[in-house]
Design a protein around this ligand. Structure first.
Ligand code: BES
Ligand code: ZN
Length: 358
């Protein structure tokens, strides 16, 4: 048992070794026999092993998606992604001294972002609903925008990013602009929404755009939402998580695709989508722990995908400090790739009947 200060120190130490503990037991612990003989923990370890097995079951097979061809409507939508729009959103979000879930004004940045979302879809061709989502354990709210599917509205595709920021710097200034982590991913989702909302017709499946609260506190907002969706029996076909897209650590247009807490099926689908529309260089990598909101969905059994700005070790090391600002290394054309992924996924998977077979 450790107190809050010790938890902070533990997190700092873990980050210095290159990995965050994420405050959960890692599956490796079970293999090394480190699991205490506590029935609750045994249950948790069982669940982790089950999830790992589920994630591995699908063997990527390029033939599976062989019928995928370029759709000019999707290609032109992807082409509409505008890096300047991303810069505007990131600038506005990073102007808040922080967007911390347990800060003094946890919803100032949230309300401002909601205003930007409403403005971006004002007068759009398709109807869009935008709402705040309350949470049971924190005061910060998530935001959800929805375009209802024209043919199979119960089948849902979630495109998401966390909206909160944090400062874990013990000595520096306490501001948490969170430009890369994660105004960047938030701006990507907003730009994708703007484009999809102005398509001539709605996708056959429902598209939900989410900006999660409290990710930095341990995936709090997304964990509540994903478990509520599961409890309500919602049919989420695929989840895209965008968290940090602005810093091209492996060079522009090379992205990392996280293979842990994600679905092999969705990753294989994404590789095909990339060949057709994005043309990024994809490097497979792992966080090594449930590093972002895709893990919340994966834990509830929903297929998720997490393309990332670079490989894990080459990520932006200014995150969680007052220096996570737009600077000379920020690359909005690189970041634009991630909005393209969201647009292509909404318009291709959103008009498809394919799904992961369980
Ligand atoms: N954006 C990070 C996650 C991240 C960091 C992904 C580096 C890939 C590379 C996210 O906002 C975060 O900080 N997550 C926490 C863990 C979470 C469970 C609180 C972390 O990594 O410490
Ligand atoms: Zn973070």
């Amino acid at each position: 048992e450790i107190d809050a200060e010790q938890e902070k120190a533990l997190s700092l130490l873990a980050h210095e070794t290159g990995k965050c503990g994420g405050f959960e037991m890692l599956p490796e612990a079970t293999h090394k026999g480190l699991a205490p003989s506590n029935p609750l923990l045994t249950h948790v370890f069982g669940q982790i092993a089950e999830r790992e097995a589920l994630n591995k079951r699908f063997t990527p097979n390029s033939n599976l998606f062989a019928q995928m061809t370029v759709n000019p409507v999707i290609a032109s939508a992807v082409d509409q992604v505008n890096a300047e729009n991303l810069k505007k959103t990131v600038t506005a979000m990073a102007a808040f001294s922080n967007r911390t879930y347990n800060g003094k004004m946890p919803n100032d940045g949230v309300n401002a972002l909601k205003g930007m979302i409403e403005q971006a879809v004002q007068g759009s061709k398709l109807p869009v609903t935008v709402e705040l989502v309350d949470h049971r354990s924190i005061g910060q709210k998530s935001i959800r925008a929805r375009i209802v599917g024209s043919a199979r509205p119960n089948e849902i595709i979630v495109l998401g990013a966390h909206l909160d920021s944090i400062n874990q710097d013990w000595f520096g200034s306490k501001a948490a602009p969170g430009a890369d982590d994660n105004a960047s991913g938030s701006s990507n989702i907003l730009e994708a929404l703007r484009i999809i909302a102005n398509q001539a017709s709605a996708p056959e499946r429902t598209i939900e755009f989410m900006w999660y609260a409290g990710e930095e506190g341990g995936l709090i907002g997304s964990a509540e939402i994903a478990s509520d969706y599961k409890a309500q029996g919602k049919d989420v076909v695929g989840v895209l998580q965008l968290d940090m897209t602005l810093y091209p650590g492996d060079g522009a247009f090379t992205l990392g695709s996280m293979t842990d807490f994600t679905s092999a099926w969705l990753r294989s689908y994404f590789e095909n989508l990339n060949t057709l529309y994005i043309k990024a260089k994809i490097v497979n990598d792992k966080c090594g722990y449930g590093c972002s909101d895709h893990a919340s969905w994966n834990r509830q059994g929903y297929p998720s995908l997490m393309p990332f700005e670079s490989s894990f070790n080459r990520m932006n090391h200014n995150i969680h400090t007052a220096n996570d600002k737009i600077d000379g290394s920020s690359n909005f054309e690189h970041s634009a790739m991630f909005s393209k992924i969201a647009v292509a996924m909404a318009l291709d998977l959103g008009n498809s009947t394919v799904r992961e077979t369980k």
